[in-house]
Design a protein around this ligand. Structure first.
Ligand SMILES: Cc1cc2nc3c(=O)[nH]c(=O)nc-3n(C[C@H](O)[C@H](O)[C@H](O)COP(=O)(O)O)c2cc1C
Length: 306
């Protein structure tokens, strides 16, 4: 997730046992121009494998060049974004715009597959709009050019992130493919992940928003499948402690100024639903430095213990 699954959050998710992590999406053009901000997005050094690097773009040859660079950096899998609905992405014929241009989408996949040795996967939505559904045909064509798995978000582009993901199209697409279909959309709790596997017959589940401020979704899910016991959700103290650990890592990675600011949204997610959360969130959003945020979180932890 762009702006969310940076190196520091990936390390938190890894602590909770998430078995397959993806980078934020990375522009093919920025990669091939050697843009320095982009090199930070591509920094997967020291991280356990497998790890997926996701790229987005619109030109098959530029995407193929970007894929080669990503492979050289040590990606285990290269994922092509065909789902992002953001206007600034779609305007450049990238992300979910490719669902409207199936020939281009297939050509991008074909050239990327040919350019690298590592497996290539595609992340996509069910279509642009209810009148322009592209499953299962486009996934089948992607499979035919060598794509090794498809992640399907059960929404159309025009839904953005609202409404309900259509799991029956995930089921229908899983049945139409020989390669693994990874289901995505509206997995908020461990129960939803198992329900998606059962209801759709998909091979795996991708969790996005359900992990924001909630890395326990992975540890609880994994623990549950191993022991048959679903652990309770984290306590207020555990959530704040996790926020402190995450804060320390993001500051180590990005420096105090950026770390403190980029951490604000993560802390809002960790604190969501706790007593007095909105006041603490407001204070954190005004806090200028690392020590002030630590003091605010420590104080909130003390108060919530009583
Ligand atoms: C803040 C945010 C950033 C996202 N960034 C990406 C991205 O970089 N690449 C991608 O394939 N999907 C991205 N997504 C979409 C998610 O991967 C996922 O498809 C969508 O949120 C539906 O799954 P969920 O219901 O589990 O959240 C993003 C979603 C959000 C909310």
């Amino acid at each position: 997730m762009a702006g969310v699954t940076d190196k520091s959050f990936r390390s938190v998710l890894r602590d909770h046992g998430c078995p397959l992590l993806y980078t934020e999406m990375i522009s093919d053009k920025a990669l091939t121009y050697g843009n320095t901000n982009t090199l930070e997005l591509l920094d997967i050094s020291g991280e356990s494998r497998p790890i997926v690097v996701q790229i987005f773009g619109s030109e098959p040859d530029v995407m193929a060049k970007a894929a080669v660079l990503v492979e050289e950096k040590g990606a285990s899998i290269i994922d092509i974004n065909m789902g992002c609905p953001a206007p600034k992405i779609v305007r450049n014929q990238e992300g979910s715009c490719l669902l409207k241009m199936p020939e281009r989408a297939v050509e991008i996949a074909r050239q990327v597959v040919q350019a690298v040795q590592v497996p290539v996967t595609v992340k996509m939505r069910i279509g642009w709009s209810p009148e322009e559904i592209v499953v299962p045909e486009l996934p089948q064509r992607l499979e035919a050019v060598g794509v090794q798995a498809i992640t399907l978000h059960g929404r159309t582009r025009d839904m953005f992130y609202s409404g309900k993901a259509n799991w029956s199209m995930i089921k229908q697409t899983a049945q139409a493919l020989s390669i693994p279909l990874i289901g995505n959309g509206d997995v908020w709790e461990p129960e939803d992940a198992l329900r998606m596997l059962e209801e759709t017959g998909c091979s795996a589940v991708m969790i996005a928003r359900g992990a924001m401020g909630n890395p326990w979704i992975f540890s609880r899910l994994i623990g549950w499948t191993k022991t048959g016991q679903l652990a309770p959700p984290p306590t207020a103290r555990e959530r704040i402690e996790q926020g402190l650990i995450h804060l320390e890592r993001i500051v180590a990675q990005k420096g105090e100024y950026r770390g403190v600011r980029e951490m604000r949204s993560h802390l809002a997610w960790y604190l969501k639903g706790l007593k007095g959360a909105s006041k603490v969130r407001g204070d954190i959003n005004r806090a200028p430095d690392y020590n002030t945020v630590i003091a605010l979180l420590t104080e909130a932890m003390e108060r919530l213990k009583q």
